[in-house]
Structures are given as structure tokens and as C-alpha cells.
Design a protein. Structure first.
Length: 299
């Protein structure tokens, strides 16, 4: 009898391990394999089996991530398809928060709202911007996440919105957030080539000369040093070290080059970064092609 009880307990334990949600497997499908359909199927199956609120919450925000990415992969002409995916992504993120509040759900909720607005057009993007900002600031300030993807969203938000008095867009804040996004990259999630490309474009469009950069960096340093709230501090990250700041991809300080010189440098660094890798994600290969094309235009 005792042996039967032990055997039964082992079987129950084995079943529990089998049925439990494997977050690392899900993340590997998303970031490494980039098999979003397979991840979606795994998450839906896991959600049916999940009993704990924490597990459900973890699964639901990952479903938001998977569905949003599926929407991104649809043709830009398929607005109805994209809109449907982004609505689903928003619903999954909100459901995750209902199970248990967590910063990942707020991040993907903000992202889904932003994509929804972009799909619907400029006026809808403008109307959704405050809500999108509210949720992404919860990630940075509320949860203290010094997180590359959150800064990337903030960079795009400030870059694409009009400035005062229409909205809160600010090209310089966007550049600082994008620089911080580059400096907080997470390993094992691709090469982040999009960050290099987008920062390059922002700098090219701003077009400050070396002297202007040096002067503005010193002013930014004062603001950076005076701020304590993380999201406010990072609005001035470009000047964190004044004119003597030196990006990790550069051999010279920011006062020794113009915006457009750095724009080219970023693309050249990203191109070299891709070329020394032996394994390439499909998303990195697509962005590499854009980088090469842009370099041909600028050099």
C-alpha cells in the first residue's frame, strides 16, 4: 500500500511538472526561433491548463506580445487584419493585469495601444498618446525598470508626436531615450539593429554640428544631474557626461563629431556587428538590408 501511495505521488508530481507553464521555452520561441505561431499555440494550450493567477498573468502578457508581433508581420495594406491583432493584444494585456499587476503587461498594453493608433491614422495616434505614455511610464517609474524596450517606445512616442501646444513630442528627448535604449540592450534577444538605424535617422534629421552638440550636451548635463525621477532623468541622457560623453560604438567624444557624422557611424557599426555574427535572425537580416541601403545613400 505504501509503495502504491509513493507511486501515485510521483505520478502526480510528474504530471504537474509536465503541465506547468515554461516561460523560458515561450521566450525562446519568441526571441530566438521567432516562431510566433508556435509560441501562440503553446501559450493557448498553457492557458487552458493554468490554475494559478500568476501563471495566467504570465501567459496572458506573452499572448499580447505574440499577437501584437503577428499583427506587425501583416501587410501594411491589411489595416483590418492589423487592427484586429492589436485589439486582441490589448485585450490580452488587460486580462494579464486583471490576474496580477505586472510591468510586462503594462509594457505590451502601451505598445498595443500605440500600434492601434498608428493603424487608425494620425488623429487616433494623437488621441491615444497620453494613455500610451501613462502605461509606459508605469514600467519605468512605477516599477523602476531601466528597460531597453520601454525607452525605445518612449523614443518613438516623442519623435513621432508633434510638439507643444498640440502634443508633447520632443525630438531631443526622443534621441536621449533612444541612446538609453541602445545602452541597456539585453543579451540573447538579437542584435537590436533597429535601434542603431532609428537613432541614426533621428540624428541625421536633427543635423547639429559639433559645436552645437558640445554646447547642448553641457546644458543637458545640468538637467540630467538635477532630475531624480527615472523617466525625467533619461530625457537628458544624451548629456549625462556632458560634452565628454563617448558612445560605446565611437572612438571620439560627442563634441568631436556632428549629428550626421554620428548617423553614418551608427550604420557602419551596426553593419559590422551583423557581419561578424555566424547566426542571423530573420528580423536582423531584413534590417541589415535596410542599413546597407541607407549607407549607400549617405556615403
Amino acid at each position: 500500500m505504501k509503495k502504491l501511495i509513493i507511486l501515485f505521488m510521483l505520478l502526480v508530481s510528474a504530471f504537474s511538472l509536465y503541465a506547468s507553464f515554461d516561460a523560458s521555452y515561450s521566450d525562446s520561441l519568441f526571441y530566438v526561433s521567432q516562431d510566433y505561431e508556435k509560441e501562440y499555440e503553446y501559450l493557448m494550450d498553457s492557458l487552458e491548463k493554468a490554475e494559478e493567477k500568476e501563471d495566467k498573468s504570465e501567459i496572458l502578457w506573452r499572448l499580447s506580445r505574440a499577437v501584437l508581433t503577428q499583427g506587425d508581420m501583416l501587410s501594411e495594406d491589411d489595416k483590418d487584419g492589423r487592427f484586429s491583432k492589436y485589439e486582441q493584444a490589448e485585450d490580452y494585456a488587460r486580462s494579464s493585469l486583471e490576474e496580477k499587476e505586472n510591468w510586462n503587461a503594462y509594457f505590451w498594453l502601451s505598445s498595443a495601444i500605440g500600434r492601434w493608433g498608428q493603424t487608425k491614422g494620425p488623429l487616433n495616434s494623437l488621441s491615444k498618446a497620453p494613455e500610451m505614455q501613462e502605461y509606459i511610464l508605469k514600467v519605468v517609474d512605477g516599477y523602476g525598470q531601466d528597460y531597453t524596450d520601454a525607452y525605445y517606445v518612449l523614443a518613438l512616442l516623442y519623435d513621432q508626436l508633434p510638439g507643444w501646444p498640440i502634443s508633447f513630442g520632443n525630438k531631443n528627448y526622443a534621441i536621449s531615450y533612444m541612446r538609453r535604449s541602445l545602452d541597456t540592450q539585453l543579451s540573447g534577444r538579437g542584435l537590436y539593429l533597429t535601434l542603431y538605424y532609428d537613432l541614426s535617422q533621428m540624428l541625421y534629421d536633427r543635423n547639429w554640428d559639433a559645436g552645437k552638440r558640445a554646447k547642448e550636451a553641457e546644458e543637458m548635463k545640468k538637467e540630467y544631474d538635477s532630475e531624480s525621477l527615472l523617466s525625467e532623468k533619461m530625457k537628458y541622457y544624451e548629456g549625462a557626461n556632458g560634452k565628454n560623453g563617448k558612445p560605446f560604438y565611437s572612438s571620439v567624444t560627442i563634441d568631436k563629431m556632428s549629428d550626421r557624422q554620428e548617423a553614418v557611424m551608427l550604420l557602419m557599426y551596426a553593419k559590422a556587428l551583423y557581419e561578424i555574427q555566424t547566426f542571423h535572425l530573420d528580423s536582423d537580416s531584413a534590417k541589415y538590408a535596410e542599413i546597407c541601403s541607407r549607407l549607400e545613400e549617405l556615403t
